[in-house]
Design a protein around this ligand. Structure first.
Ligand code: PLP
Length: 389
């Protein structure tokens, strides 16, 4: 059976060149980067070279990069670390209603500890308004955290404008760049970003490794205590294989980015045009133009995202839905509700995300298979039957 992977926002396969770059650090170069002997020094060199690669990619200095176990740890580190470092200065944090759970959950945790969190609402396209941000700032605000692109609907936030507002007020600005790093150009100085989270498995690197960029001088409490790795900012023996893989993945993104943006953008736009032409009563979720080059998200009315997902899975197509029967609450995605969808429409959402190995023929296959799946499910849907009554 043909197999088509269209869930690159969930995770990406590692690039074979990434695996080659990692391999020596499992075997002959297996040393601990904290050891003083030759094995250790070899690992340390790989660590520092990787740090340099990650830093240069976003216009940062190497000492501003702290390697972590991935996006979730980086997001937690940013929020909890800044909150605890600045708790005497203020107790107010601003974020958005559509952040990933890796931000929402530590924010809720901080609320239980006495911090106040404002969750900025977004418009129907998933955009945060700079005016709303300005209004939400108080003299107690210590951190603003707004994701660069949303993982479900792909909307790109006006990060430069939002971070500029933070800078004018002397407030730290963090962005969760897990969905953008490696996919679109980022320069932390041009954007005025103080903290930025990234995760290697979203850009063809290995799982379980990421980084937090921390601008020099930013006050942040250590999150993982133990040894003095990462200049005391993140204890634990370095994951050298993962870090070397992450660095190679960054180099490959640098090389391929321009072409990938163009090619994936063309495929994305084809889906955005052809899905509504082939299937009536669908709604594009996310901003029509200010969106990730690889993201398409549609609500397909009167049917469940999960039923579509499972039917497509049987045809070899892997994609994702914001319909969340995976969670105990059966609540649809908080992102789709935040852009104003009712529960039924949110439950019928499909996220299609493209990547390095997506081919035109994969899109042909999806466009061939999706309409009959929708038609079959709608023919069984009581909601569809009742729609005109
Ligand atoms: N932030 C965003 C926007 C994400 O999409 C994800 C992963 O889906 C994360 C954070 C968490 O990253 P990780 O899987 O590396 O912990």
């Amino acid at each position: 059976m043909k197999k088509v992977y269209l869930d690159y926002a969930a995770t990406t396969p590692a690039d074979p060149e990434v695996i080659s770059a990692m391999e020596p650090y499992f075997f002959e170069k297996f040393g601990n980067a904290s050891s003083l002997h030759a094995y250790g020094q070899e690992a340390k060199k790989a660590l520092e070279d990787s740090r340099q690669t990650a830093a240069e990619f976003i216009g940062a200095h190497p000492e501003e990069i702290v390697f972590t176990s991935g996006g979730t740890e980086s997001d937690n580190f940013a929020l909890l670390g800044v909150a605890y470092a600045l708790e005497k200065k203020g107790n107010h944090i601003i974020t958005s209603a559509i952040e990933h759970h890796a931000i929402i959950e530590p924010a809720k945790f901080l609320e239980k500890k006495g911090f106040r969190v404002t969750y900025l609402s977004v418009d129907k396209d998933g955009m945060v308004s700079p005016e709303d941000l300005k209004k939400a700032i108080t003299d107690k605000t210590i951190l603003i955290s707004i994701m660069q692109a949303n993982n479900e609907i792909g909307t790109l936030q006006p990060i430069a404008r939002l971070a500029h507002i933070a800078k004018e007020k002397g407030i730290y600005f963090h962005t969760d760049a897990v969905q953008t790093f490696g996919h679109i150009p980022i320069n932390v100085n041009e954007l005025n970003i103080d903290l930025l989270s990234l995760s290697a498995h979203k850009f063809y690197g290995p799982k379980g490794v990421g980084a937090l960029y921390i601008r020099k001088g930013t006050r942040i409490e250590t999150f993982m205590r133990g040894g003095d790795q990462e200049r005391g900012r993140r204890a634990s023996t370095h994951n050298i294989t993962g870090i070397a893989g992450c660095a190679r993945a960054i180099q490959l993104c640098q090389k391929n980015m321009e072409n990938e943006i163009k090619f994936q953008g063309t495929l994305r736009d084809r889906l955005i045009k052809e899905i509504p032409a082939k299937i009536p009563e669908v709604r594009l979720n996310g901003h029509p133009t200010e969106r990730l080059p690889n993201n398409v998200n549609f609500s397909i009315k009167y049917i469940e995202g999960e039923s579509m997902l499972l039917s497509l899975d049987m045809l070899g197509i892997a994609l994702s839905t914001g319909s969340a029967c995976t969670s105990s609450s059966l609540e649809p995605s908080h992102v789709l509700l935040a852009i104003g969808l009712d529960h039924a429409t949110a439950h019928g959402s499909l996220r299609i995300t493209l990547g390095r190995w997506t081919k035109e023929s994969d899109i042909d296959y999806l466009l061939e298979k999706l309409p009959p799946v929708v038609q079959r499910l709608r023919s069984m849907s009581p909601l569809y039957e009742r729609k005109d009554t």
